[in-house]
Design a protein around this ligand. Structure first.
Ligand code: GAR
Length: 192
């Protein structure tokens, strides 16, 4: 049986798109559900384009009920992918899917992580710190933002005249290339 992936995203979902593309005709795995906390998220349109079902949940449902866990269990999800998902994962969900939830972060953790460190805030902090390099981190989700065992990092050099848009673009290129491949190799290693 194919491995089953669920993706959580809060916004545009360009990474979700790359993952859906990658697994569209893949014999090993498939994306079975897109979940979001944001009814306006463009990722919902992207899910429709791929004819993949989506689910919108409220803060109450996510933190005070087991609705999302039940949905993921009913769908027999093997791997949960956080791709630009901005809410902290509740302990109940971490416990229901131990070592099966991974997150993407647009910097080289453990630097530039934690609460409030998402999207452009991360790139701005990297610029302000005058770092010579940045990159991406894929890691298991933990009880705090951006904690948990690191699975993969790739890096790029920051040139003297690089601005936020350029750093963001370089990071996105790495994310779009590596994230689907890292997911595939992780699924291969997972026992069925
Ligand atoms: C990605 O760059 C991801 O690394 C970042 O949000 C972006 C989502 O883009 N995640 C975080 O900052 C989490 N702390 P996308 O919606 O186009 O995939």
């Amino acid at each position: 049986m194919k491995k089953r992936i669920a993706i959580f995203a809060s916004g545009s979902g360009s990474n979700a798109q790359k993952i859906m593309e990658h697994f569209k005709r893949n014999p090993e795995a498939e994306v079975v559900l897109i979940l979001t906390n944001n009814p306006q998220a463009y990722v919902l349109q992207r899910a429709d384009n791929f004819e993949i079902p989506s689910h919108i949940f409220t803060r109450h449902e996510f933190y005070e009920t087991d609705d999302v866990i039940r949905l993921l269990k009913n769908l027999q999800v093997d791997l949960i992918v956080l791709a630009g998902f901005l809410w902290l994962v509740p302990e109940s969900l971490l416990k229901a899917f131990p070592n099966k939830i991974i997150n993407l972060h647009p910097a080289l953790l453990p630097k530039f992580g934690g609460k409030g460190m998402y999207g452009d805030h991360v790139h701005q902090a990297v610029l302000d710190a005058k770092e010579e390099e940045s990159g991406i981190t894929i890691h298991f989700a933990g009880e705090q933002f951006d904690e948990g065992e690191i699975i993969h990092q790739s890096r790029f050099k920051i040139e003297l005249d690089d601005n936020l848009e350029i750093i963001k673009f370089k990071g996105q290129q790495l994310e779009h290339h590596h994230f689907p491949r890292v997911i595939e190799s992780l699924l291969k290693k997972m026992k069925s």
